[in-house]
Design a binder for this molecule. Structure first.
Ligand code: SF4
Ligand code: SF4
Length: 168
């Protein structure tokens, strides 16, 4: 059976064809922004980096691994975060911890000898943070993650163990 094509497009009216109304509307919007910015000092942009936006406490930025008071990472290389990561961007290699009991009295038998996160693959879902039984891996409030090479996107243990105050 032959299909029937129905043309549902509406023809332009005369006033729409000359675009006058649309041009005036556009100019009024521009004028509104000019008055807001120039006279009323209401800006939609900020003078970054001198001024910084407040982000929500729930913002998920660059990862870090929490450390105890002996500067030992709380991670026990259990692989849970690596297993749960949907982007498969965590690579851990576990090793023996030199002392099975650290001075805090917390038993930590394993430690990561390698802990890499490929930040370019990460989708910052926070699953790794949720899965960690040791509250070791966390996503900080750090949002300045601009890089100039792919290598810099690889967060290694040295970077991850950086000291983070609060949410960083
Ligand atoms: S935030 Fe999500 S994607 Fe990124 S490392 Fe954690 S689990 Fe993987
Ligand atoms: S960061 Fe947490 S979940 Fe990941 S390996 Fe270490 S202890 Fe396990």
């Amino acid at each position: 059976m032959a299909t029937k094509t129905v043309n549902v497009s509406k023809p332009y009216t005369w006033s729409e064809k000359i675009y006058l109304l649309a041009i005036v509307q556009g100019l009024l919007i521009t004028l509104k922004h000019f008055i807001n910015g120039f006279f009323l000092r209401k800006h939609n942009t900020i003078m970054y980096p001198e001024v910084r936006r407040e982000y929500s406490d729930r913002f998920r930025g660059a990862h870090f691994i929490s450390i105890d008071r002996n500067k030992t990472e709380n991670c026990t290389a259990c692989y849970l975060c690596q297993t749960v990561c949907p982007a498969e961007c965590i690579t851990i290699v576990a090793g023996e911890r030199e002392s099975a009991h650290n001075p805090d009295g917390v038993k930590k038998e394993k430690q990561p000898v390698k802990f890499d996160i490929d930040a370019l693959r990460c989708c910052f879902c926070g699953f790794c943070e949720e899965a960690c039984p040791k509250d070791a891996i966390k996503l900080s409030g750090k949002y300045e993650m601009a890089i100039t090479s792919r290598e810099e996107a690889k967060y290694d243990l040295v970077y991850l163990k950086r000291e983070v105050k609060g949410r960083g």
